[in-house]
Write a protein that binds this ligand. Structure first.
Ligand SMILES: *[C@@H]1O[C@H](CO)[C@@H](O)[C@H](O)[C@H]1NC(C)=O
Ligand SMILES: *[C@@H]1O[C@H](CO)[C@@H](O)[C@H](O)[C@H]1NC(C)=O
Length: 420
């Protein structure tokens, strides 16, 4: 079973073999990845994939509500719309087989440990570049889904300050994640912030039941904050507890890391290719191009880089055009926008923002066979209207696993470098 203590592998970065020009002064958080959408028998986990899509849909729906409220309609992308909540119903023929297939320790986030309060209360957290709030379960949440998790108690902390206001995010199973607002001392990898806004949530959606993470720490711009307050990293910048307004992420099957306050030069080679972002909400780079082999399948679109999303999504019509360039591709699930291709010829997919072409490995593009006996495999790019805008793609882990990603508030840019 999953052991939280093992994950508490946080080290302050000080020793370095870096060249004289690179001063490493940030802090490392070891991230742990628990699973993917491919079952152990090599088959695409369709049900889990749909649940992930629904969570992604509803997360970004909330982001758009927040962005519109915080920054006005002009901050939304062209064609962005606040879509209805999407809900999941287990197909009746699936119900019986679902139970044994659900491995309690399986999950899809990149998690690491943080502490809240004085003395420290520890939580296993999903570091999410696709949202901007911090929440963990409250001691006052007594539902089964909460009691299986670490819960924050204000009574056990000397640094808690209750605030007015309520935090609330709707989820697709009809429930919400909601709770009061507090400020607290929050520490991530030795980086301490005081007076950090967060919510100890008293209701937690059932969609978090089989999920080992306790809560979420949003790392996008304040513009999509539901709390309407400075997110953790921005507070650390303001309080000057990080040397730079930059963090780097390596997401891989092993050695995953979040580096706060700079980039970890041991994890990449060559220079970082930066692309500017609007600075209003999402880590969104424009003028992207998707290639299949050397053929440009789509160009001139926006890309939101989201560590809290497992696969990649594009508008249904754009994704249809994309797969028309993939030899042998067919629709696999028209409702959820999945396509399949012959397993023996995984397309060579890459993205470019005018510089290098950043390739997605076959292993990262292939989500597994459509069934145990099939020779067709499902692609990690799905066509789905998430409401983000008519020309906006969402690039999650399936993309991020191939590159070192740099999120720079200092440069108001997102950057990519080659993994070492
Ligand atoms: C995905 O998970 C399955 C089952 O846990 C595992 O066998 C497989 O190696 C994993 N694949 C990758 C690319 O991590
Ligand atoms: C939980 O309830 C107790 C008693 O009403 C209260 O003192 C405390 O502030 C609440 N919240 C947290 C996060 O502990």
């Amino acid at each position: 079973m999953f052991c939280k203590a093992v994950l508490f592998a946080v080290a302050l970065a000080s020793l370095s073999s870096a060249s004289p020009v690179t001063q490493e002064s940030g802090s490392r958080v070891a991230l742990h990845k628990r699973n993917n959408l491919t079952r152990a028998d090599g088959v695409f986990d369709h049900e889990k994939a749909i649940k992930q899509t629904i969570r992604t849909h509803n997360k970004h729906r909330q982001n758009l509500i927040n962005l519109k409220r915080n920054k006005g309609s002009e901050a939304l992308n062209q064609g962005a719309e606040i879509l209805p909540i999407r809900t999941y119903e287990v197909p009746s023929h699936d119900k019986r087989q679902n139970e044994p297939l659900t491995d309690e320790s399986n999950d899809l986030e990149w998690a690491g440990t943080i502490s809240i309060g004085t003395p420290a209360q520890n939580f296993l957290i999903d570091f999410d570049t696709g949202s901007s709030d911090l929440w963990v379960p409250s001691i006052n949440c007594t539902s089964a889904v909460c009691t299986s998790k670490s819960r924050y108690s204000a009574a056990k902390s000397s640094s808690d300050v209750p605030k007015s206001g309520t935090f609330s995010i709707e989820y697709g199973d009809g429930s919400t994640v909601s709770g009061p607002e507090y400020t607290e001392t929050v520490v991530v990898a030795g980086i301490k912030t005081t007076g950090q806004y967060f919510s100890p949530v008293t209701t937690l959606s059932n969609s978090f039941a089989n999920d080992p993470i306790d809560g979420l720490l949003g790392m996008a711009y304040p513009g999509i904050s539901q709390l309407r307050e400075s997110p953790f990293f921005n507070t650390a910048m303001t309080q000057k507890t990080v040397p730079n307004g930059v963090f780097g992420m390596k997401l891989a099957s092993s050695g995953s890391e979040l580096y706060l306050g700079g980039t970890d030069s041991k994890l990449y080679t060559g220079s970082i290719e930066y692309h500017s972002v609007p600075g209003t909400g999402f880590w969104q780079a424009s003028n992207a191009k998707a290639l299949v082999g050397t053929t440009t399948a789509m160009s001139g679109f926006q890309t939101v880089i989201d560590s809290g999303t497992t696969i990649m999504y594009g508008p249904p019509s754009a994704v249809k055009t994309f797969y028309s360039k993939v030899p042998g591709a067919q629709v696999f699930d028209s409702t959820n926008g999945y396509y399949s291709f012959p397993c023996n010829s995984v397309p060579k997919v890459s993205f470019s923002w005018g510089g290098k072409s950043w390739a997605i490995s076959a292993a990262n593009f292939n989500l597994g066979k459509t069934s145990t006996t099939s020779s067709r495999c499902v692609g990690a790019l799905a066509g789905q209207n998430l409401g983000l805008g008519t020309n906006v793609w969402l690039l999650g882990d399936s993309y991020m696993k191939n590159v070192y990603t740099v999120f720079s508030f200092d440069k108001q840019s997102v950057g990519f470098a080659t993994l070492s």
